[in-house]
Ligand binder design. Sequence first.
Ligand SMILES: [Cu+2]
Length: 254
Amino acid sequence: MPIRAHKRSLTLAVTAALVAPLAMVAAVAADTVTAPPAAAHGSVTDPPTRNYGCLERWGSDHLNPEMADLDPMCWGAWQHDPNAMWNWNGLYRENVGGNHEAVIPNGQLCSGGRTQSPRYDYMDTPGAWIAKDVPQQFHLTLTDQAQHGADYLRIYVSEPGFDPTTEALGWDDVDLVKETGSYPAQGTYETDVNLSGRSGRAVLYTIWQASHLDQPYYLCSDINIGGGAAAADAPVETAGTTASPAGRLGRLAF
Ligand SMILES: [Cu+2]
């Protein structure tokens, strides 16, 4: 190797050696302090999905052993794989061709058919997931950091009698509530959800069909319809302001 070229590659090697540890430190610091997503995608943030709720409540305190008692499913989720929370926006598959029911097996709806297994597998686990109190009519917000656009949001709710504490969600457990039209690329997609006639614990299941690619997201949010002291007769505008377990915990980090 000519001396000049050798010198240049040596310089590159030294530079890389100096920069790499700094980049690692930066990555670790970011992970533990601000926990940004590894890649920008999105999820339903209100009512929060299982993993987003665990991030919202515990992201700044995810090693706290009190979580095991206060929020046992989140404790389990963090134990299973913290990246399910750090990558709260990455629960998608690709090239499903709209055949969601054929591709996602029963019992695996909340992990998108165990996409990127084992990262999100725990999302299928039945148990006492903390459910957000919502009135019968409420507003759903999907946050899209990547501004993919949406071909549609398809929203289902678990049938009366379905018990998410003992059963993993299957297609035969859900009823279609609505399918929206398309949304242009923007930061949030919002829609009203009407669950009139329903009350109590349920799982809201949202499929977000992103528009930039065939990239559907499969999103489970635990809700308590008409739950909370004031929620039953509250106007829609107050959705989300009633006391929730998350609020009581006082660990809203974001
Ligand atoms: Cu994406």
